[in-house]
Design a protein around this ligand. Structure first.
Ligand code: GLU
Length: 285
């Protein structure tokens, strides 16, 4: 078993992160496996060295350890570009110049009552930039947002059902979903953001595969996004790990903790004299 914790160094780790990291670590340890840490710093406009060192510090304090060197996404642009080039040359990715405002204007058509569908990658893309023609005879463009041509991908995969094993939140089970569901409720997701050269979805599937992750432990908020990851794994010929989506740690008002919840930062509890065992107890481990 190889599990991982993959934080973004864009703020302090809070109790929700502690829960995820401890659970991933404990599962691997109970199985004689390995717990791996990965720094997800593709968003260089938000990642900060101070948050990265705080991550190492907090996790060490919690009693976790992991193999080094630690994989950092900012070192892996070449891998992401390689995958993008491949999808691009097969006509499965296309450049998109829409702003958020363009997309909202296109989807909120008055004749449809201004309603639009949200998918796990945000508002379902209305297809403004989607090409009908064959694969382009041009190299992968630089500095452009790229989207996945979902219809074409699903036709190419010629499978009508997808599945992954889920072990979180109850008995282990197989979650299945169909290609039609992906077309209608997910659509043309962003594969690469203009300012990043990649996206969370693309990087996470490539990196989980590169690190031979067998069990992805993360919050329930990402369960729907897992459908995107499974489709990408099929397209890129990567294995699908087992997923363990755990419950979310909430504040007293029932709201899910976010990076801005500094009051729940592990560092704050440490300062106030809490022990690692106190943190475990607080998250119910
Ligand atoms: N970097 C992502 C986050 O912090 C990781 C999500 C995942 O575990 O797949 O939310």
């Amino acid at each position: 078993m190889i599990t991982r914790f993959a934080p973004s160094p864009t703020g302090p780790l809070h109790l929700g992160h502690a829960y995820s990291a401890l659970m991933a670590h404990d599962l691997a340890q109970a199985d004689g496996g390995t717990f791996v840490l990965r720094i997800e710093d593709i968003d260089l406009s938000r990642a900060r060295p101070k948050w990265e060192s705080q991550i190492f510090d907090d996790l060490t304090w919690l009693g976790l350890d992991w193999p080094t060197p630690v994989m950092r996404q900012s070192d892996r642009q070449a891998v992401y570009q390689h995958a993008l080039s491949r999808l691009w040359s097969e006509g499965l990715a296309y450049a998109c110049t829409c702003t958020r405002r363009d997309i909202m204007a296109a989807v909120a058509a008055p004749q449809e009552g201004g309603l639009h569908l949200m998918g796990p990658d945000g508002v379902i893309y209305p297809g403004t930039c989607r090409p009908d023609g064959p694969a382009p005879n041009a190299p992968l463009p630089d500095n452009m947002a790229l989207r996945l041509h979902m219809d074409r991908c699903l036709d190419r995969l010629s499978t009508t059902t997808f599945a992954f094993e889920e072990t979180g939140g109850g008995a282990p089970r197989t979650i299945t979903f169909c290609a039609q569901d992906v077309r209608e409720t997910i659509g043309d997701i962003v594969l690469a953001r203009r300012d990043m050269g990649t996206s969370y979805h693309l990087s996470v599937v490539l990196d989980d595969a590169a690190q031979n992750i067998t069990h992805v432990v993360r919050g329930r908020d990402l369960q729907e996004a897992t459908k995107i990851h499974v489709v990408l794994q099929h397209l890129l010929g990567l294995p699908t790990p087992i997923y363990h989506h755990h419950r979310l740690i909430r504040d007293d008002t029932g709201k899910r903790l976010a990076k801005r919840d500094d009051a729940r930062a592990i560092a704050k509890y440490r300062e106030d004299g809490a022990s690692p065992a106190d943190i475990r107890a607080m998250v119910g481990l």
